[in-house]
Design a protein around this ligand. Structure first.
Ligand SMILES: Cc1cc2nc3c(=O)[nH]c(=O)nc-3n(C[C@H](O)[C@H](O)[C@H](O)COP(=O)(O)OP(=O)(O)OC[C@H]3O[C@@H](n4cnc5c(N)ncnc54)[C@H](O)[C@@H]3O)c2cc1C
Length: 409
């Protein structure tokens, strides 16, 4: 039996390790279009800062693949042919695959505007992109980060720490629109305004200017921002094409059943490339979270090896983040019928915002060091969909005890 896994990151690596753990004799091949061993993508900001190289972010020691008899093929897969049990590679080779895991993740979106190919403009998804951008940082006085989401803010903070004057350009009326409501986003924006970072909302780049190399970003409101470096962090698109072109079902991501099996024979999928129903919203979602990709890779591997495991609906929207001195955690949705707020205005304030629908917690935002301690309990209540009833005030104070929790379960 040969298992082929396409993608060698959170989902692919955990699938490969799980297959090997379950069966020492099955042949495992991992196909990756990156020329590197698996690495922690979440640490790319440190690569951008020039503080880490591959050795500091790789996930497993160099002997790992050989020791576990996992063949690595550093070539892109361009087609899958599950009927004939083959994967076609970009160099013309075809490899035999009895069972497949698609763990192809997501690719960064581009803007599709004039000048986007100039030197000094980067997306921020791979080690190579972060490394190349880091080489420009030292000769950069001003940079533009396009996108005020979590990845954009990480890049902006990193550049700021390196002494670069940064402007974040965000097309929505607020930053962190996936994570925060307007009020809490304004608190973070105020904190940002104390630094050299400028935030421009309700604006998009219209073009990039320069001769060979970037010199300025022109916005759709006519403003021109001088910049030698631009990081585009406007979101990602799941890599669904291998399954789509093989006739498999896809939506925003690759559609999978509760065993993470795609609609294509003997083919499973895991990680940022899949679409899965969110436990809170009930809507199909693409998660973009490292721990979920790891869990899904493991679960897909169990299923393809014949150990039936149901993948429980995940909480796809959860972010823990620190911008400067302000940490926050948010999860779930913000469209409940009730929103309870508790603000403690000392220091940066510890704000708790809890969103309820029909007596159930559906989302929360906790901001400020003093508010974060309840996150584990909130997440548990959210995932279990427990009716919280009279415990709402205690929940809001953040002092719900294990005994209180037991009463709910
Ligand atoms: C800068 C940054 C910071 C982040 N920070 C966090 C964080 O703090 N917390 C968190 O939970 N998440 C974070 N994430 C998101 C997290 O990295 C992803 O959720 C995670 O990497 C998804 O893993 P994956 O295995 O599904 O896909 P990916 O990590 O995208 O890996 C997919 C791999 O498959 C390869 N591939 C694609 N197509 C093919 C093909 N046809 N043939 C061969 N190989 C192919 C890709 O090149 C890639 O190497 C961050 C992401 C970025 C970019």
């Amino acid at each position: 039996l040969r298992v082929v896994i396409i993608g060698n990151s959170a989902a692919g690596l955990s699938a490969a390790e799980t297959v090997r753990r379950l069966d020492s004799s099955v042949a495992v091949t991992v196909v990756t279009d990156e020329p590197y061993p698996a690495y922690l993508r979440c640490l790319l900001a440190e690569v951008l800062a020039g503080e880490k190289e591959m050795a500091g972010i790789r996930l497993r020691p160099s002997h790992f693949y050989q020791k576990n008899r996992i063949d690595i093929v550093n070539t892109a897969a361009i087609a899958i042919d599950p009927e004939n049990k083959r994967v076609k590679l970009s160099d013309g080779r075809k490899i035999h695959s009895d069972r497949l895991v698609i763990a192809t993740g997501a690719s960064p979106m581009s803007l599709g505007i004039e000048g986007e190919n100039l030197d000094g403009i980067f997306t921020f998804r791979t080690y190579n992109q972060a490394l190349e951008a880091s080489k420009v940082v030292n000769r950069t006085a001003s940079a533009v980060v396009v996108g005020g989401g979590a990845v954009g803010l990480k890049a902006a903070w990193t550049l700021h720490k390196k002494g670069v004057k940064v402007t974040i350009v965000e097309k929505s009326p607020q930053i962190l629109i996936r994570q925060l409501d307007e009020e809490i986003a304004a608190i973070i924006k105020k904190e940002i305004s104390k630094t050299e970072i400028t935030v421009v909302v309700n604006a998009c780049p219209a073009s990039f200017k320069g001769t060979g190399r970037l010199s300025a970003v022109v916005l759709d409101n006519g403003d021109e921002l001088p910049a030698e470096l631009a990081i585009i962090a406007v979101g990602t698109t799941p890599n669904i094409n291998l399954v789509k072109e093989a006739g498999g079902k896809t939506g925003k991501g690759i559609r999978v059943n509760e065993h993470l099996q795609t609609s294509v024979n003997d083919t499973y999928a895991a990680g940022d490339c899949i679409e899965i129903k969110d436990i809170v919203s009930g809507e199909p979602a693409v998660s973009a979270l490292w721990p979920l990709a790891v869990e899904q890779g493991r679960c897909a591997a169990y299923n393809l090896m014949g150990h039936r495991r149901r993948y429980p609906l995940p909480l796809t929207n959860m972010t823990a983040f620190r911008f400067g001195g302000i940490p926050f955690i948010s999860a779930g949705i913000r469209t409940g019928d009730t929103c309870l707020v508790r603000s403690d205005d000392t220091a940066y304030g510890a704000h708790r915002k809890l969103f309820f629908k029909d007596d159930k917690l559906v989302g929360y935002i906790l901001i400020g060091a003093g508010a974060l301690n309840g996150a584990g309990v909130y997440t548990d209540i959210l995932k279990r969909k427990l009716p919280v009833g009279k415990l709402k005030p205690k929940l809001l104070e953040g002092n719900i005890s294990a005994a209180d929790l037991m009463k709910l379960i």
